[in-house]
Design a protein around this ligand. Structure first.
Ligand code: ADP
Ligand code: MG
Length: 339
């Protein structure tokens, strides 16, 4: 009896691992919206109550799950998106780590209803503390409807760590906007405490950006579009007079994934050079597409940081594409910055 090491039960291991993936309601929002996108949904509704602390619900009309898959989806490292290590270099989905649902189910009460369009009956599963409390066939619309209730009900220390509803809702809106901007051909809506916050009809990238930033930006955007064999960039930068003193509306998407990159941000800012004052930040929404083998998105569980195989090429390309776009619209550095 000298041996003292034991394997942790799955539900405890999942609760520990959940800390990396699910920090706040907005993390669950991101994961659930991305799952709906990966399921090929054309309509995705997000419903939250109490800034997601009581409820985060995502309803999609995607491909749904079989009964076995519905149960499996809550296992850790259970994914339909990759099968072998090489698949990591050609990822075409938002998810691939198979951790989100296991993590969510470990720290909240989850109710899942899902049905494949070709099946008559769907499956309904309730799960709490990582333990299934109900599983049965049920009549439900095609697609997936997942509710996450009472996040961190079983981890009071983490629940107490959550910020005010205003702050948590802001995080949720940020995540919602990032996914909605990446997939303009999908309808998205966001309802908070019964009030509609966003109702975004499917459309072009420009339409989606204006739905989110406001129609007043329609005359303030300059189109960016360049293509090489190595990569592709499209999107918009704000004209210099759309620059702001606060760093707000700056979005980079790489292969449809919102990413943070101080390095690429610098590439854009440097293209504006002296078109805007030093203490102002340019507005931009830029989409970069390149071979998935040229990036590593598996740097962090939230996948907001990525590594480029060749950072310098990407930097130079972004900088020159933005410069080119600004020059084409011959924007002289003589505008009024009194805003
Ligand atoms: P990942 O997205 O990394 O694969 P998740 O834990 O988020 O891991 O989901 C596990 C699996 O459950 C997915 O691979 C997918 O097969 C299935 N799944 C999750 N959400 C949905 C959904 N909304 N519609 C259809 N299938 C889903
Ligand atoms: Mg996922």
């Amino acid at each position: 009896m000298a041996d003292i090491i034991q394997l942790l039960p799955d539900n405890i291991a999942n609760q520990i691992a959940a800390g990396e993936v699910i920090q706040r309601p907005a993390s669950a929002v991101k994961e659930l919206l991305e799952n709906a996108v990966d399921a090929g949904a054309t309509q995705i509704q997000l419903i939250v109550t109490d800034a997601g602390k009581s409820l985060v619900q995502v309803i999609d009309n995607g491909k749904g799950m079989s009964e076995t898959d519905a149960r499996m989806s809550f296992e850790r490292h259970a994914t339909s998106k990759i099968r072998a290590i090489d698949d990591l270099f050609r990822i075409a989905t938002m998810g691939f780590r198979g951790e989100a649902l296991a993590s969510i189910a470990a720290v909240a009460q989850v109710e899942l209803r899902t049905r494949k369009p070709q099946e008559e009956l769907g499956t309904c599963i309730d799960i709490e503390n990582g333990i299934v409390t109900k599983q049965q066939p049920c009549a439900c619309p095609a697609g997936t409807n997942i509710c996450m209730k009472n996040l961190f009900f079983n981890v009071p220390a983490r629940r107490n760590f959550l910020k005010s509803n205003t702050a948590e809702l802001r995080h949720i809106m940020d995540e919602f906007i990032r996914v909605a901007m990446a997939f303009p051909h999908i309808f998205f809506s966001l309802t908070s405490n019964g009030q509609q916050v966003f109702y975004l009809e499917a459309g072009s990238h420009k339409q989606r950006i204006l739905q989110i930033l406001g129609a007043q930006y329609s005359t303030k955007l300059v189109s960016v579009k360049e293509q090489t064999d190595y990569m592709n960039i499209y999107g918009f930068v704000g004209k210099p007079d759309a620059a702001r003193k606060t760093r707000g509306d700056q979005f980079f998407f790489v292969n449809n994934r919102f990413i943070r990159s101080a390095y690429l941000n610098h590439a854009v800012s440097s293209a504006f050079e002296d078109l805007i004052p030093k203490d102002c930040f340019p507005l931009y929404v830029l989409y970069i597409d390149l071979d998935p083998g040229q990036i590593d998105i598996n740097v962090h569980p939230t996948k907001q940081e990525i590594k480029f195989e060749d950072e310098k090429i990407v930097y130079a390309f972004v900088q020159s594409a933005v410069k080119h776009a600004l020059a084409q619209f011959s924007i002289a550095p003589s505008l009024d910055f009194s805003l």
